[in-house]
Design a protein around this ligand. Sequence first.
Ligand code: AMP
Ligand code: MG
Length: 323
Amino acid sequence: MCRSGFSLLLGLLLLPTVAHAGWFARDASIMGTAVRVEVAADSQSVADAHIDTALNELRRIDARMSPYREESELSAINREAAQHPVAVSRELVQLLARALALSEQTDGAFDITFASVGFQYDYRNGRRPDNRTLAELLPSINFRHVVLNPQTGTVAFRKPGVKIDLGGIAKGYAVENAAALLASRGVRSAVVTAGGDTRVLGDRDGRPWVLGIRHPRAERKIVTRLPLINEAISTSGDYERYFEENGVRYHHIINPATGDSAREVVSATVIGADATLTDGLSTSLFVLGATRGLALINRLPGYEAVVVDSRGELHFSEGLAPP
Ligand code: AMP
Ligand code: MG
């Protein structure tokens, strides 16, 4: 066989069975959490460009919405909105509108003004508000204190002391946006994860992506696996940021009714088409608990959930058969 014939044969044998050369992934730390972008691409350089696009989108949203950055739009709202309406970007107005709509839908279980009390917790250093501070600040938690004016593009607070934080919805929004950007650039298969929020594009070489829900009390264990195609999955867990005091776990998901950590469940996972919503809903379910939370999900077409309650029992929404 002549050389060219041999290389032709070799070329045919090596023809990939899928329409891309390989999978390329990168990890980073953005929005105070571990992020990962994985794309199917024909070469490392093409993949790198796509991964840069996705990571830059996460960074852009973090710069706008982080409560930890003084120059963010969110920080400007928290500094000034009790004094006068604060002009913000259309993008932030739209996300705030979605957050407030979710508050209505969840009877206030999801409430970005949780931060009025939530900012008094310091999980790293094991600090929480004392009872007097809690009683003083609790009336500032109420999403109805937030006045959003889409016409003027402004946000105001009805009373002093109100603070907002988008930690329960912004990561989902960011991964949704990053995935949409990848799709608009022709990427057909990818996964974008930020902390507990993941958006998959397409499938994985003809099969669904299979994502595990981690065991809330054993990092390496999985409670169940869910197959996903072109969908989002968000998990809220009490193991993400917490400290313990006298056997009580103080963690980052706050029940707006009490200003204390929500303790009916230890993990809540939601799957569905839109990562912004799965993110907001997983936080909501964590506060609502298994019964009220799953009742809400069962009313939402296309959304399913798995909840692990405080006794370690699993609860599934109607569309998910227990494994
Ligand atoms: P997630 O992991 O998506 O459940 O987000 C947890 C984050 O949501 C917390 O770190 C807070 O920033 C924020 N959060 C806590 N409690 C609430 C609440 N009741 N409503 C909305 N956001 C909340
Ligand atoms: Mg969430």
